[in-house]
Each structure stands twice: as structure tokens, then as C-alpha cells.
Design a protein around this ligand. Structure first.
Ligand SMILES: [Zn+2]
Length: 260
């Protein structure tokens, strides 16, 4: 069986974001957070794969770079270099969905193909008006970031085994074509959930009630996706939780490149 280690790479922050935006109908007392945008580096003996690409370089997404990022023009590139990975060597990038903070960095991978659900690509082309800014679609004078890699996209029509040890699951709710990435590790399956589960709080341990992201398109689909996730019995990695970086890799402590 092919097993992977998973390394989170911080690609920038959604700065000073209202916590309640991630937690549907929860009163968070006005709390805000700097929510990291995360690319996930998956490595096995045979394959190196990226899941999500963050918001992109400082030039593309200056609003996601903070004072502490001074001196860095591309946090994704920096994170990959720290992990000893050359972007041109990446052959496959899986995109959980096409919101700009997940696909803005995609152009860094010049030799990769990009895996996305067909329903998501269709949605990105012409979303409802409220969702157009977050896809970067129909914004005067701007090109949506997913256009950069449209010539190399592969579309899926639901669940699919992508590689030995990596399976995508179509999990709509946050968007019409969101997908999760189920990754085999030496410590059992991990689910990279995308924005379906932005914080650990959205998916409470010990059987608590899950909470949808406040940014969603279909709550009934969301509920079905939550049921599917519960049945997986996988460990869940959220898309925007600073606590992800309490471990340099998952399963914790397995990646010698970042845990010398
Ligand atoms: Zn999103």
C-alpha cells in the first residue's frame, strides 16, 4: 500500500477575518483571526502531489501578505523550497475548489496537470453574482486565477482514485463542486477537506455537531457531505486553521525534511 506524509505550507493569510464567517450562525463575540491559506504537500516513495495552491504571489494577492512576511514575494515557493521541492517537478495539483485563495498560486506549477471537479469548473465560469469576487470571475480588468491553468485541467465527475493512496470525494455544500482529498498515511486516512471544514471547530472531535462554513451555496448538500465525512472515520485537516501548523507534518513527526 502506498502511504503519504502531508506537509502544510502557509501561502498567506486572510487577514483579520471575522471568525463567525467560518461558523454558520455561531456568535463568536466579534472575534477575528488571521486565517492561513494552506497548500498541502503530499509525498510518498513514488509521488509528490500538491493539494491547493493558496492565493498566489505578493504581486497577485498583496492583501494576504502581512508585515511578518517582509522579504517574501511568494510564500508558496518559499515553503516548497524549505521542503526541498522544485515547483517544476510537480506533475499533479489537486484543487479542492476554485476560490481565489485556493488556486491563485497555481501558475507556479508550470509542468503540472490540475485536478478539479467538472461541477466546480462550470460554477467558476459563471457563478451567482455574490460568488463572482471570490472566484475572481467577471471582475472588470482582472483575469480569474484559474484561467492560468485551464489548458492543463483534468475534470472529474464525482469520486475518483487519483493515485494509489489518494482518492478524491465530491463533497458539495461550500461550493457546487467542492472535493475533499482522502490520503492514506501510516496512521490511517486523513481528509483534506477544503473549505467545507475551514476550522477544527467546524468538525468537533468526540461526536459534536458539525458546523457549516458561513460561506456556502447549498446547506442540504453540505449536510450530505458531512454525513459522508463522518462515515470515513478519517482524521480531518481544515483549510484555514492556524492550529494546523502546530505540527510540521501529518502524521505528526514523520517528515525528515521539515523535522530534522
Ligand atoms: Zn472557498
Amino acid at each position: 500500500m502506498s502511504t503519504f506524509t502531508i506537509v502544510p505550507i502557509r501561502c498567506g493569510d486572510i487577514v483579520n477575518h471575522a471568525r463567525s464567517c467560518f461558523l454558520y450562525r455561531k456568535d463568536c463575540g466579534g472575534a477575528h483571526l488571521n486565517a492561513p491559506c494552506i497548500a498541502w504537500l503530499l509525498r510518498s516513495d513514488a509521488h509528490t502531489v500538491i493539494v491547493d495552491a493558496g492565493p498566489g504571489s505578493r504581486a497577485r494577492a498583496p492583501q494576504c501578505y502581512t508585515e511578518s512576511d517582509a522579504g517574501h514575494d511568494d510564500l508558496l515557493q518559499y515553503g516548497l523550497a524549505r521542503a526541498g521541492v522544485e515547483p517544476d517537478a510537480i506533475e499533479l495539483v489537486i484543487l479542492t475548489h476554485l476560490h481565489h485563495d485556493h488556486v491563485g498560486g497555481a501558475r507556479l506549477f508550470r509542468n503540472a496537470r490540475f485536478h478539479v471537479q467538472e461541477a466546480e469548473l462550470k460554477e467558476a465560469v459563471w457563478p451567482v453574482p455574490f460568488q463572482r469576487p471570490i472566484y475572481g470571475t467577471n471582475q472588470r480588468g482582472k483575469t480569474p486565477p484559474w484561467i492560468d491553468v485551464l489548458d492543463r485541467m483534468m475534470v472529474a465527475h464525482g469520486d475518483e482514485n487519483v493515485l494509489p493512496g489518494i482518492r478524491v470525494l465530491k463533497l458539495p455544500g461550500h461550493t457546487a463542486g467542492s472535493q475533499g482529498v482522502l490520503v492514506d498515511t501510516d496512521d490511517g486516512p486523513y481528509l483534506i477537506a477544503g473549505d467545507l471544514i475551514p476550522l477544527y471547530e467546524n468538525w468537533p472531535a468526540h461526536g459534536g455537531e458539525p458546523v457549516p462554513n458561513g460561506n456556502h451555496t447549498d446547506l442540504r448538500a453540505y449536510d450530505d457531505s458531512f454525513r459522508r465525512i463522518a462515515a470515513l472515520r478519517a482524521k480531518v485537516l481544515p483549510a484555514h486553521d492556524p492550529r494546523v501548523f502546530e505540527c510540521a507534518s501529518y502524521p505528526p513527526g514523520q517528515d525528515p525534511a521539515v523535522n530534522p
